[in-house]
Design a protein around this ligand. Structure first.
Ligand code: NAP
Length: 290
């Protein structure tokens, strides 16, 4: 566990690490294109025109383009049915020109999102949202990680956080974030506790954490007094106004390592998506050493 020499946490620079990852993904995408004559291709699927979702998809496509990854965008009307969405995703799953598929969440209240996710071929599930990917991740087998949890693990590794035997507390248990990050931490020999909205005396549990992951979706929910002095604190939250789930000002005086918002976990999510898209393309195109 990193030691602090002062009472101020060292910040974990997700922006810088993500930049390195994207540069590597771009180099690999270029090598793959030279070797196979095909650039990696990510298909993005958006149902409706929710402004936040439109922005997220645009941002992801722009990052792909900068990294030499092609993107194919499928914009479906808000009235799309689950059956139509599954048919569209099924076609992309069968299309050899598409190597990764991202269905932007949320797809809409009338859509059976789980059924739609399951139409993504596991080999193309670069966002790590299918049952297959979750199971592979939980069993420590080959498969794509959910992007935010995968990004968090890379950040912890980059800052040499030794997880073996450490108590990791995850606040949040969503399918895309809390649950998978707990599984990845368990796979690295941390002792994992999940907290959620029904947890009794949450602060008593978080104060036991050597590694605390905030994935709550509530602005500044985790305060300094939730944090054991010297703990590593990862703020996965992203709330309106660029505010995380951790109260930065009080946390920074307790933690040894802390992710800022913005510039911590957020950039790592997209960098992981690009990296996994290149991984998927490399496997599907049978490229050697890319
Ligand atoms: P979510 O699906 O709403 O899940 C939130 C979790 O927090 C749930 O498990 C919920 O418990 C728990 N929770 C809510 N209120 C609580 C309380 N008072 N005490 C304890 N636990 C409580 O959210 P999510 O999709 O996991 O996202 C969480 C945060 O991460 C959000 O801020 C989101 O914007 C951010 N995020 C960031 C990225 C990124 O790329 N940076 C990606 C994804 C998400 P129950 O299960 O009991 O309801």
């Amino acid at each position: 566990m990193p030691q602090t020499t002062s009472s101020t946490a060292r910040l974990m620079d997700g922006s810088a690490l993500a930049r390195q990852m994207v540069e590597q993904a771009a180099e690999r995408a270029a090598a793959l294109t030279r070797q196979t004559g095909q650039a990696p291709c990510l298909a993005t699927v958006l149902v409706g025109e929710d402004p936040a979702s439109v922005t997220y998809v645009r941002m992801k496509r722009a990052r792909c383009e900068k990294a030499g990854i092609r993107s194919r965008h499928i914009a479906l009307p808000a009235a799309t049915t689950t059956a139509q969405l599954i048919a569209t995703i099924g076609e992309l799953s069968d299309d050899p020109g598409v190597h990764g598929i991202l269905l932007q969440h949320p797809a809409g209240p009338h859509i059976d999102e789980r059924a739609a996710f399951e139409a993504i071929a596991p080999a193309k599930d670069v966002d790590g949202v299918t049952f297959h990917s979750f199971a592979a991740m939980s069993f420590g087998l080959d498969g794509f990680a959910s992007c935010t949890p995968g990004g968090i693990m890379r950040l912890l590794d980059h800052y040499d956080v030794d997880l073996t035997g450490k108590h990791a507390v995850v606040v949040g248990r969503s399918a895309i974030l809390g649950k998978p990050v707990g599984m990845l931490l368990l796979g690295r020999n941390a002792t994992v506790t999940y907290c959620h909205s029904r947890t009794n005396d949450l602060a008593a549990i978080t104060r036991e954490a050597d590694v605390l992951i905030a994935a709550v979706g509530r602005p500044r929910f985790i305060h300094g007094d939730h944090i054991k002095p010297g703990a590593v604190v990862i703020d996965a939250g992203y709330n309106p106004g660029n505010v995380g789930d951790v109260d930065f000002d009080s946390a920074v005086t307790r933690a040894s390592l802390l992710t800022p918002v913005p510039g911590g976990v957020g950039p790592m999510t997209i960098a992981t998506l690009l990296t996994q898209t290149v991984d998927a393309a490399s496997r599907q195109l049978g490229a050697t050493a890319v």
